[in-house]
Write a protein that binds this ligand. Sequence first.
Ligand code: SF4
Length: 421
Amino acid sequence: MHHQNVTCTVCGCLCDDLKIQTANNQIVELENSCSLAEKWFDEQLQADPKPVEIEGKPAEYHEAISRAAELLTSSKAPLIYGLSRSSTPGQRAAIELADRLGAYVDTTASLCHAPSIMAIQQVGEQTCSLGEVKNRSDLVIFWGVDPLVTHPRHGERYSIDPIGEFLPNGRTDRTIIVIDEQPGETAAIADQFLQVNAEDNFRLIWALRQLVRNQPLDWNDEEAAPLKQLTNLAERMKSCQSGIIFFGLGVSQAKLGHLAVEALLDLVTDLNEFTRFYARRMRLPGDVTGADSVLCWQTGFPFAVDLTRGYPRYEPQEYSAQSLLENKEVDVCLLVGSESVARMSKKAQDYLIQIPTVVLDYPGQITQFVPSVRFTTGIYGVHYRGTAYRMDEIPLPLGCFLNTKDPADHDVLNDLLKALK
Ligand code: SF4
């Protein structure tokens, strides 16, 4: 069977032009993918089957649902966490379950672009689609991100190489600038690389704001070289036809990341006095943007939401999964995807393995601890239809091209909801 226009959900690019050939319920050929996608498909689809487990031992599905429902019902402060590798149906079901339980609910955004989200809530953002970038942006700046490594086809599809409506010569019509602590793969093919210390991001962005507004800077003589570079950059930004800054965790997760992102968004506002300019986040997990969107439309807030009082409250410092676990404020945790647990602090991980856990993981995900109950779920976009949101908040439909006996996230979560009743 040939499958065209398959959407890859491995990173936030959500490339929707994959061509896949299948035979005997297996992928035999994969076209238009990248090394990240190939590795992921291999890991997921070659994994040993272990559908349902209780305390690490194989179990029947209905027994696991009863046990998980028992744990969640007896909990005084449950936490539902993850959601970024799921899809709209799974995310909706998880939030409905959180609402019914009166739980805390958080997504992996709290470990990645949370400071950016808080900055956007403070000062707003100028948004554009990746299609607009492809067709218009003659100045592309990557700040604190190395997309050739983290989002391998971003450049080919949207930002570096493609021929756009107003960029008929593709790469030669664009100026690519990379700003980061160390030169990476993208810096090697860029027109310019500016080496900066991430801790200086806020100061540099503020200096750029002043240069864009023609305000004097009182930098000392030793800083003449970086000042010259920044002055040239400010001029280039003002004189482009359409510019974009793609920023990554190198900005948002650095010291004072939320202030640096706020300054970056203000800089873009200033630049729009002169030309068309945008700043967009480079989102990592495939559907973290969908998790934000679904949580927002259900509760009004994008992550770190407390539903324990029967209505939503939002406090990133207090209700993020990592803070709740570090402060021992939850007594059961349901994880829809455990892949980001390794990025939590040791204190949070140490507490997580002490409390009962219910984990929904894809077949190839190795759960790093023995959960109380583990369900292996089928993959959205491979085994189940769904919707995922690209990093520019464009929702894309996910088709399916393989069969599985594993249930989908939303099947397990809806069965849990029924078992509570
Ligand atoms: S760039 Fe990302 S979405 Fe595109 S094929 Fe590679 S891993 Fe998949």
